[in-house]
Design a protein around this ligand. Sequence first.
Ligand code: CA
Length: 539
Amino acid sequence: MRRVNLHSINLLFLVKYFIKLIQSKMNRIIQNSSILLASLGLATLQTVAAGTKEVNKARPNILFIAVDDLKPLIRAYGDHIAITPGMDRLAREGMTFQNCYVQQAVCGPTRASILTGMRPDKTKVWDLDTDFRQVNPNAVSIPEYFIRNGYESAGVGKIYHESSIGAGHDAPSWSIPWVKVNAPNYVLAKGDEFPATECADVPDNTYKDGRVAEEGIKLMQQLKDKGKPFMLSIGFAKPHLPFVAPKKYWDLYRRDQFKIAPFQQKASNSPDIAYHTAGEIKHYTDIPQFDNYSENELEHLSKEKQLDLIHGYYAATSYMDAQLQKVLNELDRLGLTENTIVVFWGDHGWHLGDHGLWCKHSNFEQATHACFLMRVNGMAKNSKPSTQCEFVDIFPTLCELANIPTPAYLDGISLVPAMKKPKVELREYSFSQYPRGKNMGYSIRTKRFRYTAWIGDSYSAERPFSEANIIASEMYDYEKDPLETKSVVGDLQYTKDEASMKQLFTEAMEREHKQYEAFTKLANYQTPIKKPLPNWLKK
Ligand SMILES: [Ca+2]
């Protein structure tokens, strides 16, 4: 049996009280609630283990759907080319968070942040190889936390980034073994060919996502039979490269519907460090190899190739969406729709040629702006909350919706107030980051501006922030320049705006450092909670 710290149980009520008090009284300052709680000595990581005894029978199930590399290129975000009835349904019956931003635009770090509710400087997952549990043995994932609170947890497909997570796709996250799905990446490619796109006339379950949906449906039936509240995590692989989809999804579109990105250059007055050379897409054998970033992307990729990639991205998105529909239909068929919260997220955005960039790996709008939908029975339908938000907000939001205590050290805030009133603004800005070698670019996005500063010398929030360490900065005005064609840093017309964005940025960086310090001072931070391997992983 898990040891429960009785002291923590008593403190739990105080923690809940403080969270509610802070949530009701503060907007902007609410982001610092974890510092307050931690500094009052009320928060310990073992608080997380408390509150597991009483399970509210009315607790909702959670269907947690992760999608790899899906940018907000769907109707709910204003795109009218995409044919995605599944996501359209979720948007119609639920909420589309218009201004959700990722913590770091690449799989491993963004998923570690979502699943732990902590930003990358706390998880210390900035790459594709680090397991958050190795550096933060006491961190608790969302599904693990829900298991501790009386839920069954099952998963299939990519929830975590697979090269940065332990055995069993993070064994502590599942009360029922996670299901691995194997499928070929291609059916037409020969030998050493790894093209960036494939269009083959095959059934859905030829490729991975068709099989992920089938396994997800089986798990849903199994979970229903258990009769306990459940969290079912389903991870779809598309539209991640290669853009492979059965022919019928390619046929939903005509090539002449698409246009290449209108601005394929470097933004004027922006630092070189903001850019990369599209290393990921160059793994594919039909993509020309180029060493340097170019001021003119057409030098690298012809218009025809770009259109093929864009068409492929849409086809792969529609293919994934069709699998989503199967899962939602099964939820209906089993009578689970009413009592199941659906959380649907794409792990980060994607550059489809803007700024001459492909893939993710940046602090620009196209990489950081994320697709995030939720459907909650009894809450507003077809709602479009406008608040700035971040993926670290998912964890506390689910805690509030499921009526279980929110761990005090989380970096995010509950979005429930914005779910009730879609015009409520809970954050003044969203916070993202992306590293380049030993430099880290931190970025804040308000409704109108983005300000990004790059800090050298392997900086992280572990150290106090100093403006003197900034090696480059950039700022964009989305009201006048939605394509980020010029950085307005130093522009005399923006002197006042730049000063206020810099001030917000400094506040954000100071907050990050304080939260880091508070977190590391928590009573149990240095003492890992020993978690035995579940039986299904023992030999
Ligand atoms: Ca991804």
